[in-house]
Design a protein around this ligand. Structure first.
Ligand code: URA
Length: 244
């Protein structure tokens, strides 16, 4: 566990800017393990030490795991000069800590995990772990069994051939509805897979990543922390998918 400056911990918890939280300490309003803190630069271990502000204990969490139902129009990044980002949708105390696990296109909706756990993030994105990503998509044009078979063989794109993908037709017509499950996460992958057959994706929503399903009670733009159970399922999924 890492020792950190008290003012940094307080600021990261959303109690104010570094300058403001220094004032809290100077005013004697912050206690560490029952003693009034006098030095904002003192080092603390927030997971194990009891820190109170005006008598209220801080509920410190080092690791954050947030499920967001990404709305269209926001980018999967922590900063962008032009557009709102996914972290702009989160409260301040989370926003500056987490990063999105992979990317969804600006117009794609659905399940996006955000965390400050670099290891978990790395594992979920590692091609070696082959974590499934499942999407619901609306396609301009008729999707047929031939496409299902072609996806199952792997689709040849300009720069690579995809791993076998599962395509399930929900309805087929001038606009078709499908479910597609891929194991990589290359740039525009689903759109490019359909484009290889002259078909255009007009709506794309991620509904699952490995064992983690989009919580359908979250409206676009809403988020929540993962439950302990979901986190456990993610961790054991990654373990199981480790190459031997
Ligand atoms: N495939 C795409 O084409 N876009 C996404 O956002 C995700 C997968």
């Amino acid at each position: 566990m890492k020792r950190e400056r008290l003012d940094k911990v307080l600021a990261n918890m959303g109690l104010g800017t570094r300058k403001e939280v220094k004032q809290l300490v100077k005013q004697g309003l912050v206690e560490v393990d029952g003693s009034v803190a006098t030095d904002p630069g003192m080092h603390v271990i927030p997971e194990t030490q009891e820190i109170t502000v005006e008598g209220e204990p801080l509920n410190y969490k080092r690791w954050l795991y947030i499920m967001l139902n990404k709305p269209p129009g926001v980018v999967s990044a922590t900063e962008d000069n032009l557009h709102m980002t996914v972290v702009d949708l989160l409260p301040y105390e989370w926003a500056h800590k987490v990063h999105p696990v992979g990317r969804l296109d600006i117009d794609t909706e659905g399940l996006l995990l955000l965390t400050n756990d670099g290891q978990l993030s790395h594992n979920l994105l590692s091609p070696k772990k082959k974590v499934e990503k499942e999407y619901f998509a609306r396609i301009q044009g008729r999707v047929t069994d031939q496409h299902v078979e072609a996806f199952a063989r792997g689709v040849e794109l300009e720069d690579f051939t995809t791993l076998p993908a599962k395509l399930e037709i929900l309805s087929s017509g001038d606009v078709s509805e499908v479910r597609v499950t891929i194991m990589e996460g290359k740039f525009h992958q689903v759109k490019r897979m359909f484009a290889a057959f002259g078909l255009q994706v007009v709506y794309l929503q991620r509904v699952r990543m490995g064992p983690l399903h989009l919580d359908t009670t979250l409206s676009p733009g809403e988020y929540r922390e993962l439950s302990e159970e979901e986190l456990e399922q993610l961790r054991s999924h990654i373990q199981k998918n480790s190459p031997v």
